[in-house]
Ligand binder design. Structure first.
Ligand code: AMP
Ligand code: MN
Ligand code: MN
Ligand code: MN
Length: 285
């Protein structure tokens, strides 16, 4: 099964439209696809419609920004009902702080010499309510501050670097409750990306399971082979389903294209076997 259950469109910080992503996924052989934009559901109707037209099975998804003990964590929701009002309202509350954060980020970057940082980031933001670090990263690349967005993040946009602005997202338990309330499965996104210790990661996964979380990304565009093996083992230890995810954002930026990651290792239970996703995954959309 070629499943890709995490990627981004221009409704958050990806660069392609949902329709263009659907076409790219289908061309790459994806059979089961989910669009998981950050903190909003605006691309799902177009993605679902295009997936159907291309004969791909589709799962409604979202990636929610969470703050857990001071660290930003991303929780993907798969198989959510996009019309579930508490989820929609919750996501609106998560989005509400982004503009002020962007203004503060722009001030910090302009102090380093970046020109018109806010206006230029907004030019990249297909959805102004979702303006974020990726849009600023593209501005810094354009203005020659770094060769690519990856270097921009490393040198400017992570904690301890001059363009980083602390931000409080929603609580882990809250994000999981919105996802479960909307009928979905909650998945810890790219566990290899968090700069926390091994013990802290075990605590995170324990808190997540206690809150009703059921899955982790084992294969992710952020994971190397050793991490895939490590997170497969943790999925088994915690009784989590395993997800497979490119986290594709843009052709020139993302390490893995849609549907092109490793397959899940043997011995884990794919998240598309979860009963919450069963009906959607079993019948052509
Ligand atoms: P934000 O939600 O505004 O904090 O932006 C988070 C987004 O920044 C993530 O979803 C990624 O798309 C991007 N990002 C974070 N870290 C990196 C990195 N090291 N390299 C490239 N993109 C990154
Ligand atoms: Mn992103
Ligand atoms: Mn993420
Ligand atoms: Mn993502």
């Amino acid at each position: 099964m070629n499943a890709d259950l995490h990627c981004h469109s221009c409704h958050s910080d990806g660069v392609l439209s949902p329709a263009a992503l659907a076409a790219r996924a289908a061309a790459n052989g994806v059979e089961l696809w989910s669009l998981t934009d950050h903190d909003n559901l605006g691309g799902l109707d177009e993605a679902r419609e295009q997936a159907r037209a291309l004969g791909m099975r589709f799962i409604d998804g979202v990636e929610i920004s969470v703050t857990w003990h001071g660290t930003t964590i991303h929780v993907v929701g798969l198989g959510i009902d996009p019309r579930h009002a508490p989820l929609e309202q919750g996501l609106a509350s998560v989005r509400s702080g982004r503009d002020e954060r962007a203004l503060r980020m722009a001030d910090a970057l302009e102090a380093l010499g970046v020109r018109d940082a806010y206006a230029n980031a907004m030019r990249h933001a297909g959805n102004p309510s979702l303006v974020g670090r990726s849009h600023f990263a593209r501005v810094l690349v354009e203005q020659g501050y770094a060769p690519d967005v990856h270097a921009v993040f490393r040198d400017y946009l992570v904690r301890g670097r001059p363009g980083y602005i602390e931000h409080q997202w929603t609580a882990l338990e809250q994000a999981v409750a919105w996802i479960r309330g909307a009928g979905g499965v909650a998945v810890v996104a790219h566990p290899g990306r968090y700069r926390i210790s091994g013990d802290q990661l075990l605590r995170l996964l324990g808190d997540f399971r206690d809150a009703g979380g059921q899955a982790i990304e084992v294969v992710s565009g952020s994971h190397g082979e050793a991490e895939v093996r490590h997170f497969a083992r943790l999925a088994r230890d915690f009784g989590f389903y395993a997800s497979r995810a490119s986290d594709f954002h843009a052709p020139d930026e993302s390490p893995i294209d849609l549907g092109r990651g490793a397959h899940l290792p043997a011995g884990v239970e794919p998240v598309w076997h979860a009963p919450e996703l069963g009906s959607r995954a079993a019948c052509p959309a």
